[in-house]
Design a protein around this ligand. Structure first.
Ligand code: 2NL
Length: 358
């Protein structure tokens, strides 16, 4: 028993010196294992008298408790150290791009609609949406398009069967019914764009039965044709990223606007290549005008108090002009080679700050 202090110090020193879990376990076995130094002293208790055994037993138990405490503390420390080492060794950079490289592409129609929406959003327009399946009222009547109008004829509009009230469901032929619904549901001021799918029963080299439009609508008490021209001028310059593109308004007719104007932008031909910018040529990009008083009235807006402009553009045409896509029909071929060539990388989200599309 005279050895106890010495053995205890040795055991505690071995615990303190252990730098791995294996070394720590060796220190435990050396002191408290079956043939350990402290266990050996425990065995000698049997040969002692009662008083001596009581004192020696208490001292031994205290030494064992101290060593076990030191072992537990050292074990916790080494385990934390081992975990920290593993965490730093197995570090994973979740910001790395996926491997193999992402293969998907954004369709040019989606990209161009996002680009156009980003520009108009900057000018303070909200994006409005409505159903593809419409009725005569929202697609035609409310827009001041009379029943005899050629656009209503069977060969232009996809009609569904007759409704109970004698009206008909149809696939919208433009996104204007979205603006009609917005005017019916909201009071001026109104400033929205309506992007989406449109349908006409027409199919040849330059027409597809489904195509895309973006229309715009501004209604308040003071907005005039000057604002319309300024708005489209700013849009065109941002969209084509050319600072000096000229815009020309050509008098025209639409039943839902008065006066009406077709919108042309300047261009030139260099060799075979079409270039957007100042030049001898003009390209039509859409139509526009001041909203017809009948349309405002049909939507419960007082035309003696409120006025504003509207415009419409074809998304396919804008995509073809900006990205040099020669053939409209290829937009809808679902050809993966075409999409790989003309499509956009998903992370290239159009923003004005980021330069729309790189
Ligand atoms: C074009 C011509 C245009 C509109 C669309 C519109 C909508 C309402 C009232 C008045 Cl609710 N106008 N839209 C106006 C003028 C032209 O589109 O060439 N689109 C591709």
């Amino acid at each position: 028993m005279q050895d106890l202090d010495k053995l205890q110090s040795e055991a505690l020193a071995a615990v303190a010196a252990a730098s791995t879990l294996d070394q720590l376990d060796a220190a435990r076995v050396a002191a408290l294992g079956k043939k350990g130094s402290i266990t050996g002293l425990m065995k000698s208790l049997g040969g002692m008298g009662p008083d001596e055994r009581r004192a020696a037993g208490a001292a031994l138990n205290a030494a064992r408790d101290r060593i076990e405490g030191a072992l537990a503390a050292a074990k916790a420390g080494l385990e934390t150290k081992a975990l920290d080492e593993r965490l730093s060794r197995e570090r994973l950079d979740v910001t790395l791009p996926s491997r193999p490289e992402a293969m998907g592409r954004i369709h040019p129609i989606s990209q161009v609609m996002d680009e156009m929406a980003a520009i108009f959003a900057q000018m303070g327009f909200d994006v409005a949406e409505g159903p593809d399946i419409e009725d005569d009222f929202h697609n035609f009547n409310a827009l001041n398009i009379p029943p005899e109008h050629p656009a209503r004829q069977m060969h232009d509009t996809f009609y569904f069967g007759e409704k109970a009230d004698g009206g008909r469901h149809l696939l919208r032929t433009h996104t204007s019914p979205v603006q009609i619904r917005t005017m019916l549901a909201n009071k001026p001021p109104i400033r929205i764009i309506a992007p989406g799918r449109t349908y006409r029963c027409d199919s040849d080299m330059t027409h597809t039965p489904m195509f895309h439009q973006i229309e715009g609508l501004v209604i308040d008490e003071v907005t005039h044709m000057g604002h319309l021209k300024g708005c489209l001028l700013e849009f065109v310059r941002a969209f084509f990223e050319v600072d000096d593109v000229p815009v020309r308004f050509r008098p025209s007719f639409f039943p839902f606007t008065e006066p009406s104007a077709e919108v042309d932008i300047g261009c030139s031909r260099e060799g075979g290549e079409l270039k957007i910018g100042p030049g001898a040529g003009w390209l039509e990009i859409g139509g526009s005008g001041m909203v017809h008083p009948n349309v405002l009235r049909n939507c419960g807006i007082d035309p003696d108090r409120y006025q504003g402009f509207a415009f419409g553009m074809g998304v396919e045409r804008m995509a073809m002009l900006k990205y040099g896509i020669p053939d409209l029909r290829t937009f809808f071929d679902s050809d993966l080679r075409w999409l790989k060539h003309y499509g956009f990388v998903p992370l290239d989200v159009p923003t004005l700050a980021g330069g729309l599309t790189r």
